[in-house]
Write a protein that binds this ligand. Structure first.
Ligand SMILES: Nc1ncnc2c1ncn2[C@@H]1O[C@H](COP(=O)(O)OP(=O)(O)O)[C@@H](O)[C@H]1O
Ligand SMILES: [Mg+2]
Length: 243
């Protein structure tokens, strides 16, 4: 039987889907409910920003999405795959393959050179040293750090250190980047430079980004801006789109 109107090809699953996502912590006898049942969907390639007061649970949310902690309740799917009941080995595998992290502090290893820091995730994955080094140097070149390959992190400016951390996050070609106040330690010029690189790379790679920030201009540049307050997400569609 043929149809003149075949159904559309099925849509790819969202990058992230959360239903009733909750997280509580016990502090002594007291249970603190941080995330009180979040429902959201993020499509592949979207850049989402999350703002909210200190202690609202923004980092906790990134930890759940990044499989660094388990929700107290609710479901979380990444790229259509349920994440409940993953073994530690499978979670680590997903983190190494699919998820890049960028934090406020660069967490580079001080005794290693820039290129050695950047190739680490590839070595952890078992890539041959020579190939890993080549990929690391290419990525550093893309991010404007070709002149800094053999330096130690302490010899770089704050903006450069954060760009190296970004190169390290990108080199495994993650499908999802989780950034927790990545410009929090940078001055305005360095912060804008990192934002430009981050946006360029995300768009080129169709990489999904969840970005926590206190900086309103950065948050407003995202495809959608969410506010986390009282354990709930307030979602507003914004499309200012600084490219
Ligand atoms: N591992 C933990 N154990 C106990 N409480 C925690 C833990 N992680 C976070 N919290 C609490 O959860 C709340 C949210 O923290 P966090 O996610 O770091 O907030 P934000 O990143 O928005 O500043 C805070 O009250 C914090 O003390
Ligand atoms: Mg935080």
């Amino acid at each position: 039987m043929s149809s003149r109107h075949p159904p559309p090809a099925s849509l790819p699953p969202p990058a992230i889907r959360a239903v009733g996502l909750r997280k509580s912590f016990w502090q002594g006898q007291r249970c603190i409910e941080v995330l009180k049942g979040l429902d959201f969907m993020i499509q592949e390639g979207e850049i989402i920003s999350v703002i909210g007061p200190s202690g609202a649970g923004k980092s906790t949310l990134l930890h759940l999405i990044g499989l660094m902690d388990h929700p107290s309740d609710g479901t979380l799917e990444l790229f259509g795959e349920p994440t409940a009941n993953l073994s530690d080995a499978t979670s680590s595998f997903w983190r190494n393959r699919w998820i890049g992290f960028l934090f406020q502090f660069h967490h580079l290893l001080p005794e290693l050179s820039v290129w050695e820091n950047v190739m680490l995730p590839l070595r952890i994955r078992g890539m041959d040293r020579r190939l890993a080094a080549e990929r690391a140097c290419e990525m550093l070149d893309t991010l404007g750090l070709a002149e800094r390959l053999s330096h130690r992190p302490a010899e770089l400016s704050g903006g450069e250190q954060q760009r190296v951390a970004f190169a390290r996050a990108l080199v495994p070609e993650p499908r999802l980047l989780l950034a927790d106040e990545p410009t929090g330690n940078l001055d305005q010029r360095q912060g804008e430079e990192l934002r430009r690189l981050l946006w360029n790379q995300a768009r080129q790679r169709q990489m999904t980004v969840v970005l926590v920030t206190h900086q309103q201009p950065l948050a407003a540049a995202a495809d959608r801006q969410w506010t986390l307050v009282d354990g709930q997400l307030q979602k507003e569609a914004l499309s200012v789109g600084l490219e």
